[in-house]
Write a protein of this length. Structure first.
Length: 199
């Protein structure tokens, strides 16, 4: 991966996806992750995005992207349509998370989920000592101007997966510049999980 594509979460997801896989990116933005996967790993890529300008940027890169709401569009796909479904930095903007992840697991062999960890220690400190909603690198919005409809921790998501009988096959915890090994619910800024319900 090169240049602006070279952010830590993208590097990790890039390393997970096998060459020539079928990939659906939910909330693909401007294609910063999809494009190098197509270019370098020859994946068969499709994206879903709402923002017009982001879609135009994807089209300029030669990516196949549909303008749609990910909470509604997944029902249209048949079972096992993709090898990987990517839901990176968009799950916290989804209202019906259990439905979206359930549908993603139906149409994909593996689902890659990435999200900001609200239990990150700097967020805890801002909330505890200043009494204000935290703003961090992974949660950069003010409370009144955020696209996020929910805030969750790594432990919250692990509990969700256990309650829904979703198998976590891989997990990565991200700090500001490198991965985190110790106490990720406290020290990780973001998390990436690879999920499946396939045997």
């Amino acid at each position: 991966m090169k240049n602006s594509e070279n952010q830590l979460d993208h590097r990790i997801i890039y390393s997970i996806i096998e060459p020539e896989s079928r990939v659906l990116d939910l909330g693909c933005g401007k294609g910063h992750l999809l494009y190098p996967l197509v270019r370098d790993k020859r994946i068969r890529a499709q994206g879903i995005e709402l923002d017009d300008k982001a879609i135009q940027e994807c089209v300029r890169k030669g990516l196949s992207v549909f303008q749609d709401d990910i909470e509604k569009s997944l029902r249209e796909y048949p079972d096992d349509s993709f090898d990987y479904i990517i839901l990176n930095q968009s799950m916290q903007e989804v209202r019906k998370v259990d439905c979206v992840i359930g549908e993603a697991l139906r149409i994909g062999t593996k689902v890659i989920v990435g999200f900001p960890n609200f239990a990150y220690y700097k967020s805890r400190c801002v909330l505890f000592f200043r009494g204000r909603s935290p703003v961090t690198k992974s949660l950069p919005y003010l409370w009144y101007d955020t696209p996020n409809v929910r805030f969750l921790s790594i432990k919250d998501f692990e509990d969700f997966c256990e309650g829904k009988n979703i198998r976590i096959v891989e997990s990565h915890y991200l700090g500001e510049k490198t991965t985190v090994k110790l106490l990720p619910n406290l020290f990780a800024l973001n998390a990436i999980f690879v999920l499946t319900n396939k045997p």
